[in-house]
Design a protein around this ligand. Structure first.
Ligand code: CA
Length: 227
């Protein structure tokens, strides 16, 4: 099925997940710490990385940023902490999905298949153009009127999600579940904050929107400026 790199320092968890994923047809390499994991990710080019956030040598968010600097490989984060702030931070740093421990190899396998389905979706890979805005998920580059936008991975994902649905109003609930992969409730401020950052990078304000239109009580819509 897939070439998976499992980075986990607990030998019992590592062994059990490796066995379970191998039984489900994956080829699994593993590492017991962040730095050997990074090296393996760069050298062996896995299809997907499963990354434990509690590693002895580097904290998960730092590790994820280093990995993202070197590779666009899909990453599923495994966290022992059911901590929303931590989960939001790693998703912002470029993780594709997360699982809270304890979880089974069967659950992990289902997430792996879902993440690979999403990342391998060729229709979702095409560049999206809305007016002077161009968003290319393959190169992870976005530009406005030919000038590159300097976006974080989460801002990029948000912009791409909205641009791919230009003209449609998208609810904050949908953004939270589809872009952040979080349950709704409590974290909806996260969406507002990222929208305001994105708006600033697009050089517009909520009062005088060009592309990003808030629809009060409903959500947000991207559309090309008129005239
Ligand atoms: Ca650990």
């Amino acid at each position: 099925m897939a070439q998976v790199l499992l980075i986990e320092d607990d030998p019992a968890i590592r062994g059990a997940l490796k066995r379970g994923l191998t039984e489900r047809g994956h080829a699994v390499d593993s590492a017991g710490a962040a730095l050997p994991g990074l090296e393996s990710a760069v050298t062996n080019r896995p299809d997907l990385v499963v990354l434990d956030l509690g590693l002895p040598d580097l904290d998960g968010t730092t590790m994820l940023r280093m990995l993202r600097g070197a590779s666009r490989v899909p990453v599923i984060v495994a966290t022992a902490r059911d901590d929303e702030a931590e989960i939001v931070a790693v998703l912002d740093a470029g993780a594709d999905d997360y699982l809270v421990k304890p979880f089974s190899a069967a659950q992990l396998d289902a997430r792996i298949r879902a993440v690979l389905r999403r990342s391998g979706d060729t229709a979702a890979d095409a560049a999206v153009v809305v007016g002077g805005l161009r968003v290319d998920p393959r190169s992870r580059e976005a530009s406005l009127d030919g000038t590159a936008l300097d976006l974080t991975p989460r801002e990029f994902a948000l912009l791409h999600y909205l641009a791919a649905r230009s003209g449609q109003v998208v609810s904050k609930r949908e953004l939270l579940t589809e872009v952040w992969r979080l349950p709704y409730g409590g974290a909806d401020k996260t969406v507002d904050v990222h929208l305001s950052w994105l708006r600033r990078k697009l050089g517009e304000t909520a009062q005088e929107p060009r592309y990003l239109h808030a629809v009060r009580g409903v959500g947000v819509r991207i559309s090309a400026p008129q005239g």
